[in-house]
Design a protein. Sequence first.
Length: 210
Amino acid sequence: MSATREKEERDEWFDPEPPYRWPIPPPEGWTADDLDRIPGLPRHTELLDGSLVFVSPPTRFHSRTLRLLEHALLEQAPGHLDVLARMTVKLDLKNRPEPDLIVFPETANAGPDQTWYEPEDILLAVEVVAADTRDRDREVKPRKYAAAGVPHFWRVEQDADKGLPVVYVYELDPATKAYALTGIFHDRLKLAVPFDIDIDLTAINRRPGS
């Protein structure tokens, strides 16, 4: 290596203006609208209590569970409802989480550049639990969804023995603004609310439609 190139590489370590700097939050923390304005954020960044939350790459279980549930819900939802994966919900000024799946009325769609939905439009929020999101998916996010009035919530975990999805189904108690567990489903998810749903959870590794 030439002396000139060696000096250039050494100087890069002391560059006062690197290509990207992690955003420094304002004293009062970030707001939900900031999530669309901060440059260079990783994909699927969330905002919880004014702090940015980053997620690890998904596992195969997470991706295939998400695929299974999204396709099944799209097939079975009434025509006036839509289903999307990994879209943020602006719960309030300081909270904009990104559920793994949401079900909402078609009328909430505002155009191709839309990046978030209102909590009052969300009929169902689904979180597929991962190792780095366990506490958030089990405690923090359901509490926030309930407080915002989201009527239905599913938490999906991996069965330790079979490796299949286990779905914990919750319904909002409007009097307490808290979720009540209404069922735990292995192998088959069959529900009458928020609409008629019948999903073979053992089909996680099959191609949709096969």
